[in-house]
Design a protein around this ligand. Structure first.
Ligand code: 5GP
Ligand code: ZN
Length: 137
């Protein structure tokens, strides 16, 4: 994809601070980190959504992401991390090329993800569970 920023990073047309690379996965530092050490783990092939990935690439991507997360936590002397993937622009995905964010975290670091939890109206939780179970069939 010619106009995709991450495809350009994968093929070297845009420089990046590389952390890891093999034939299918590339990990880089995010240029605008939420915290120092914030990493992005990309598939080298262009797919927009997690749900678009073939199973073998999905397995490789998550396995390498686990290794990157261990390294980020160690290097940042972090206590934990957030692992997140925005899927579709409606979710906040700015670059439509599948990636995980790995964000090192410490108690009291002040990082907040702005979501507002609500309660299901009476009786609707079970209905939602049933709807999703059916959709898996
Ligand atoms: P998204 O919103 O798509 O989940 O996240 C895209 C991320 O890519 C953002 O956190 C943004 O800072 C990062 N980003 C955007 N352009 C570049 C770039 O050219 N180089 C690097 N290393 N990161 C980028
Ligand atoms: Zn791409």
């Amino acid at each position: 994809m010619n106009d995709c920023i991450f495809c350009r990073i994968v093929d070297g047309r845009i420089p990046s601070e590389k952390l890891f690379e093999n034939d299918r996965v590339l990990a880089i530092l995010d240029i605008n980190p939420v915290a120092p050490g914030h990493a992005l783990v990309l598939t080298k092939a262009h797919h927009e959504l997690v749900t678009d990935l073939p199973a073998d690439l999905l397995a490789e991507w998550i396995a390498r992401t686990q290794e990157i997360a261990r390294a980020v936590v160690k290097a940042a002397s972090a206590e934990g991390f957030n692992l997140l993937s925005n899927n579709h622009k409606c979710s906040g995905q700015a670059i439509p090329h599948v990636h995980f964010h790995v964000i090192p975290r410490r108690t009291g670091d002040g990082i907040k993800f702005a979501w507002v939890p609500v309660k299901y109206p009476e009786g609707e939780m079970g209905a939602w569970a049933e709807k999703i179970r059916k959709a898996m069939g």
